[in-house]
Structures are given as structure tokens and as C-alpha cells.
Design a binder for this molecule. Sequence first.
Ligand code: ADE
Ligand code: ZN
Length: 331
Amino acid sequence: MPKTELHLHIEGTLEPELMFALAQRNHVNLPYASIDELRAAYDFHNLQSFLDLYYAGAAVLLTEQDFYDLTWAYLQKVHSNHVVHTEIFFDPQTHTLRGVPFATVYQGIRQALDEAQAQWGLSSRLIMSFLRHLTEQEGFEILEQALPFLHGIDGFGLDSSEKGHPPAKFEQLFKRCQALNLPCVAHAGEEGPAEYVLDALHLLKVKRIDHGVRSLENDQLLKQLVADQTPLTVCPLSNIRLKVFPSLKQHPLKQMLDMGLMVMINSDDPAYFGGYVNDNFKACTTALNLSDQDIVQLARNSFIASWLSDAEKARQLAKIDQIWQAWKLTG
Ligand code: ADE
Ligand code: ZN
């Protein structure tokens, strides 16, 4: 089934094998003796415990070639998962604060995205994400550095530590982003409360909510999300690894789908959370007893919620319908 991925941090695709290879290439010391020891450290108890390791791991990324290799490895994987379009986040502040120029990060990622489009027709959008544990002023500074590259940046996002860093902190920065005429999204309602989802919608004027699972705690908000068909980019395996829900069987994805919310399946940081988008589909199908119809709806939603053109959406949705009809005939 063709599908898109709409919530993916490129730094979160850094597999331990590549992290070790880049550490060696760039003469960076890692505080782990082996790949197995590193993997054993992927035992998170909340979002922050993951982010600490994720930012430390990103320290091996120094050159344009590193960013290219990282992005290319991800694109190869999702190409084999029948992902035909991906909208990926990159966190420039994670790198510029270590002295890596914005251009190095951008150009390495951009080259890989362009090659995937040329080789496989795998289309993409690139979303520049602001780190919410930093100040709004630092957000303005990185936006300034991004201006020469805006022709290749398709939108803005907001990620990192959610609790204590509400959307309101970035209201002025997102006003400036809106003025640049690029769509905005924000992580909200992952660990933070449903009010952060409301504030991301009303103060930051975002087009999509990343995660949004805690919206279930506010009935009024749920009604609004269903009525507006606001996309929620749900990441099931991520939510389990970061202890947002105790087990996949208790994940609300199926419930959200049945309520008519515009949800789809994404991998978030697949190198850290146990799988890419198809791994998420398989695990959810087993744990939540998803029907074939549910899976088709999730794939359809991934296109509807994407930033593809209306014509391309229609083309892909027709393809899914065709596959679905043929599947029903073979029974
Ligand atoms: N950065 C990378 N993954 C993230 C997540 N799941 N939540 C917030 N920030 C992130
Ligand atoms: Zn995320």
C-alpha cells in the first residue's frame, strides 16, 4: 500500500551502526564501548530521557556528507516500506550550537532528498523545526540563518521538551513564520496537556498537530479537531517507548480513528523507538486488531493530511482504492 510519512525527525533515524561509523570517521568519542552497549541505553522513561541521548548522538554529525549519509539511509529504508512521499523535520539548532554551519546541515539533507525524487520519484517536504527548550530569541536567530535557504524549506515546526515550554512562548516567532507564507506545525499533546494543542492551533495557527494524543482529555477540543479534520500525526511505537501509554494494546489510535479524527501512523525517531513506518503498522495491527479497512483509512489519511498538491493526492488516493478493490476480490 502506498503511504506517506508526516512525522519523522531525520536526526532520529541515526542507527547505532551509523553513529559508530561516523564517530570513527570524525574522531568523535562516544561514551559507549559497543553498538550493543549503546542500544542497551535506549531504555527511556520519558521524553526528556530520550532527548538527552538523541542530542548527544547527533554530535557525530559534522559534515555535509554525514547529513547526506543519514538522510539517504532513511530514504532507502522507507522506499522499501512503500513510502512514496515523506515530510521530514530537521533541527538546525542542534547542529549550529555545536559550530556546524546551517548550510552544511541543509545541503547534505537536500541532496539526498533530491536524489530520492530523481531515482525513485519519492517526493518530500522539508520542515525546519525550532527547539522549544531554547528561547524565542534563539528561534529568531536560527530563522535569520535559514533565510538564504527558504527556497528549499517547506514549513516550520516546534519540537523538543514539551512540558514547561508552551506554544505561547513562540507566538511572535510563529507570526513571523506565517508572514513568510510557509505552513507551520507543532508538537503538542504528546506529554503536555490538551491546552497546548488548543494553543498551538489558536496562537501558532498550525496546520497539523504532531502527536496530539492527549487531545482525548478534552471533549470540546476533540469536537473541533473532528469538525476541522485537523491532522494529528500519531507515532504509536514512540508513545510506548516514551511511556506516554503503558502498552500498545492501550494506545488510543484505533479509538481516534473510529471517532473520525484525521490520524495516520508515523515513526517519529525510528532508530530509537524500535521501527520504521511499516513496523509501526504491523505492531498496531496486531496489538489493536486493526481491520483491513482501518489500514486503508490510515494510508488514505496519510495522503489527505500531506502537503502534496490536490492533483497528486487524488492520484494516490485512486491508486489506494484500486489496490483495495483488487484485494477484496482476492478475498
Ligand atoms: N524531537 C525528536 N523527537 C521528538 C519527540 N517525540 N517529541 C518532541 N521532540 C522531539
Ligand atoms: Zn516528533
